[in-house]
Design a protein around this ligand. Structure first.
Ligand SMILES: [Zn+2]
Length: 573
């Protein structure tokens, strides 16, 4: 997962620094100032809005020897201990991983000991994700809340207040944390960027702040990822490009399958996402964001999400002939998919997909819904071997093959969107070829899909593409950085008996592949020699329409970072 180095480093040290939660700050500092701190607080609200930070600040403030207007002085011995993370009177428990009664019991026992900081000190118990506690654990907690020891404060944080028993809630002073406004997020990002001496223009910070949708943690993590990828001088273009890469495009593909009623393809995709070790909740959020954007676009509103213009255009094409009702129904189904109970189970997503598809089938059986039942043409089959390598981006870059599922799902197929085109003729056939893939709109059904102009995928190409995971893996073993570059919007777009051509979506990544004194290219060449057999020269070309071939390695975030070309922490790189 994300290292969160900056997020941890730039946690606020005082309430004054806490972004976007003025009402909470004011009430708590007033309570500290007046010496009327409650025994138990419940902080509820979305992730990344400052709940646990507030709990720590509260602990720091009540134990500060020289508070200023209820705010910690950030200088006294106690404050220094909090700053250094060695405060003894703050006990943190993550209920997501410590759910049981034993933890709460031991916590209760410890609560009976006086705080170490002396007579006036408070011991603060910060329980994060408190709704995850088991029922016996809640009962044990409740007993403590009913007879709270003196000088003990409980700060309970949760993203799901409705799951906390009302008996517990009623014993707490409750604060609802709201999403942090774009301006507040931006303001804090500015503090972090300036403090770290990053050169980031306002519009780039604005973009990050908007995409983070009210979560300061997400915003700072995004900034960190951007700097990791592009260096400490960031431009708006970097950020837009980087955000486009961080979004798992398969979320748009899944939305496409749900909208078009492709149950099998959708289920296959979900299981791949699961097998990739992706964070399914994040994936779900991206599906929802995609559908929401589609709905807004349909209504003529330009959605502010992380999708690139190209992706947005593909999205618009996808829903151009769909009734808004269908988008709403799909949005609802995925919005209601509840992954909280078991974030590792893909079942809720599978059910959401199935319910969309079944509803559509029921609708079309009654002849009710103006369902667009897209024909599902078979992918173009390889016909004859093709010896001549192409100069650039042949259309089969996006031709479906069995082993490269991401190329089969054209929901957000960049080939459909307007990208820079290598050659007019080829760009044209590229569009045609992708339109022949499954679930494309009926008007682009494959009668003449351009295969005759450009030739079908060669047997060598299919073979090479099928070996992609091995080539990727071997390249990575030889030279880690080269492997990461392969995993970043790159695919084999042509192969013959004496040449294999790799298409890169971004010039920046192609440059890196060809740079480094030729080390990356040599690694790739060696991997190709070993996997496909010797005698084929590796060529790398720019191909803005390429659909990245995916491997099944690593978590989504790891891959997202790698896709940006970030250098992994590895001894061999
Ligand atoms: Zn202090």
């Amino acid at each position: 997962m994300s290292p969160e180095v900056l997020y941890r480093k730039w946690r606020p040290h005082t309430f004054a620094e806490l972004a976007g939660q003025e009402a909470v700050s004011r009430t708590l500092t007033n309570a500290v100032k007046a010496g009327r701190v409650a025994h138990a607080y419940l902080f509820s609200g979305p992730r990344g809005t400052g709940k646990t930070t507030t709990g720590r600040l509260l602990a720091k403030a009540v134990n500060c020897t020289n508070p200023k207007d209820g705010d910690p002085c950030d200088e006294c011995d106690s404050c220094q201990a909090y700053r250094a993370g060695r405060a003894l009177d703050l006990v943190e428990l993550d209920a997501a991983s410590n759910r049981g009664i034993d933890e709460i019991r031991s916590l209760r026992e410890r609560a009976n000991f006086a705080p170490s900081g002396g007579q006036d000190a408070y011991k603060v118990y910060l329980i994060d994700e408190v709704h995850m506690l088991t029922e016996p654990a809640f009962n044990a907690l409740l007993k403590t809340l009913e007879e709270p020891p003196a000088h003990v404060i409980f700060a309970l944080a949760t993203t799901e207040a409705h799951k906390v028993p009302s008996t517990v809630v009623s014993r707490c002073q409750r604060f609802d944390f709201r999403r942090i406004s774009v301006n507040d997020v931006k303001g804090r990002l500015r503090v972090v960027a300036d403090g770290e001496e990053f050169e980031v223009p306002d519009d780039a910070l604005d973009k990050i702040a908007r995409v983070a949708t009210g979560s300061l943690r997400d915003a700072i993590n995004l900034l960190e990822q951007m700097v990791d990828s592009y260096g400490t001088k960031l431009t708006l273009e970097n950020v837009i490009e980087g955000l486009g890469e961080i979004i798992d495009e398969r979320s748009g593909d899944l939305a496409g399958h749900a909208l078009r009623g492709n149950l099998k393809e959708g289920l296959t995709l979900i299981s791949e996402v699961r097998d990739d070790g992706c964070d399914l909740r994040q994936f779900q959020r991206q599906v929802i964001a995609f559908l929401r954007g589609a709905l807004l676009a349909k209504a003529g509103v330009e959605p502010e999400d992380g999708w690139s213009d190209k992706q947005k255009e593909a999205r618009q094409q996808l829903v151009a002939d769909l009734a808004p009702e269908r988008i709403v129904a799909t949005l609802k189904a995925f919005g209601e998919a509840d992954l909280r109970a078991d974030p590792l189970s893909p079942l809720p997503l599978e059910l959401a997909l199935a319910s969309c598809v079944l509803a559509q089938e029921a609708g079309s059986a009654q002849g009710a819904a103006p369902a667009v039942s897209a024909p599902v043409p078979s992918p173009p089959r390889p016909a004859k071997p093709q010896a001549e390598p192409r100069r650039a981006a042949p259309p089969k870059a996006s031709a479906p093959t069995a082993k490269t599922p991401s190329a089969v799902v054209p929901g957000t197929n960049p080939a459909k969107a307007d990208g820079p085109k290598p050659e007019p003729a080829e760009a044209k056939s590229s569009t045609a070829s992708s339109a022949s893939a499954p679930q494309s709109p009926p008007e682009s059904a494959p009668t003449s899909n351009g295969a005759s102009d450009t030739g079908p995928a060669s047997v060598q190409l299919e073979e090479a593409r099928a070996k992609w995971p091995d080539i990727y893996k071997r390249t990575r073993e030889i030279q880690y950085r080269a492997g990461a570059l392969l995993n970043s919007g790159c695919a084999i777009i042509d192969a013959s008996d004496d040449e294999v051509t790799f298409g890169f979506r971004h010039a920046m990544l192609l440059d890196r592949m060809e740079g480094d004194g030729g080390e990356n290219l040599r690694a790739l060449q060696q991997a190709v020699d070993e996997v496909l057999g010797p005698g084929r020269t590796v060529r790398c070309v720019l191909d803005p329409n390429v659909e990245a071939q995916r491997t099944t390695r690593g978590g989504h975030l790891v891959r997202a970072v790698e896709e940006l070309g970030a250098e992994p922490l590895s001894p061999d790189s």
